[in-house]
Design a protein around this ligand. Structure first.
Ligand SMILES: Nc1ncnc2c1ncn2[C@@H]1O[C@H](COP(=O)(O)OP(=O)(O)O)[C@@H](O)[C@H]1O
Ligand SMILES: [Mg+2]
Length: 282
């Protein structure tokens, strides 16, 4: 029979964007990474797991087009196709928004798995934008992940929370629970990096962060006005005018799909000027 001979397309990869701490740049990174993948021609869907907050649709600029959402699909009130929103800029990009319900337990493991299994048939990449914390919502976002992007700011509290999340990724996920399966492939994405504050000792260096977390580095995204501007207008930064931050996300996306891209650590502000004026104490 022809169907037996037909080669099956590989299933899509599920990537969770997680961190532990809130406000570090998960939603910004989910938007930029999913748009970056779609720009490269990969069929990509980005899912908002942050039930109650519902930020992703605004960051992607599609909040007015939300009719049904992830929770409606899980609860059987809508079909997946009715809830998916096709991006107006890239036809390879879709968004699955969430609801503003207060009921955090609306995300069930069975429901999430069913939706992801269906999406894996159609998309190359499924990006899961996690809520903050390490409770139910964050665990649902990471449970079925093949890979994780751990978003970390170069400061002690963020690094500590990322370290906790790395612990959960290696113990509480489906891959961790399934004998003989590869562990979740985790990489760290350092965001809001400011070379001036690193230079002055207010911020941790990239090396310090990597020494503590001990996972590969996916990229370094600078603290950037371009990101604030882009997210206020509902434009993922890689689809906006060229910027240092947009380029840093494009590089990270290239690494995510397996290309070997040289690590550039660029800031919008450069260290040196104050340094040159005031010099160093030593
Ligand atoms: N690299 C950056 N430079 C400047 N502001 C940023 C950067 N990344 C994120 N932000 C801002 O920080 C705030 C929190 O980002 P968000 O992506 O919503 O974090 P999270 O999803 O982790 O809570 C937003 O106002 C966002 O615009
Ligand atoms: Mg968020």
């Amino acid at each position: 029979m022809t169907t037996d001979l037909k080669e099956k397309a590989p299933l899509g990869r599920v990537i969770v964007i997680t961190s532990g701490k809130g406000g570090v740049g998960k939603t910004t990174s989910s938007a930029a990474i999913s748009a970056g993948l779609a720009k490269q021609g990969f069929k990509t869907v980005v899912i908002d797991f942050d039930v109650g907050l519902r930020n992703l649709d605004m960051t992607m600029g599609c909040e007015r087009r939300v009719v049904f959402d992830f929770i409606n699909v899980i609860q059987g009130d809508a079909r997946l196709k009715q809830a998916l929103i096709r991006d107006k800029r890239l036809d390879t990009l879709s968004i699955l928004p969430t609801s503003q319900t207060r009921d955090k337990n609306a995300l069930t493991k069975e429901g999430v798995e069913k939706v992801l299994d269906e999406l894996k048939q159609e998309f190359d990449y499924i990006i899961c934008d996690s809520p903050a914390g390490i409770e139910h919502g964050a665990q649902m976002a990471m449970h079925f992940a093949d890979e994780a992007v751990v978003v970390t700011n170069p400061e002690v509290s963020s690094v500590r929370d990322s370290d906790r999340v790395l612990g959960l990724l290696s113990s509480q996920t489906k891959r961790a629970e399934t004998k003989d399966s590869e562990p979740v492939k985790a990489q760290v994405l350092i965001t809001r990096h400011d070379p001036v504050r690193v230079e002055s000792g207010e911020m941790m260096t990239v090396e310090d962060v990597l020494e503590i977390l001990a996972v590969p580095l996916l990229g370094v995204i600078p603290e950037s006005q371009a990101i604030l501007k882009a997210s206020n207008t509902g434009t993922p930064v890689v689809l906006d005018q060229p910027s240092v931050a947009g380029r840093a996300y494009e590089d990270a996306v290239s690494r995510l799909v397996g290309n070997d891209v040289e690590m550039r650590i660029e800031g919008e502000r450069r260290p040196g000027l104050l340094h040159r004026i005031f010099g160093r104490a030593s």
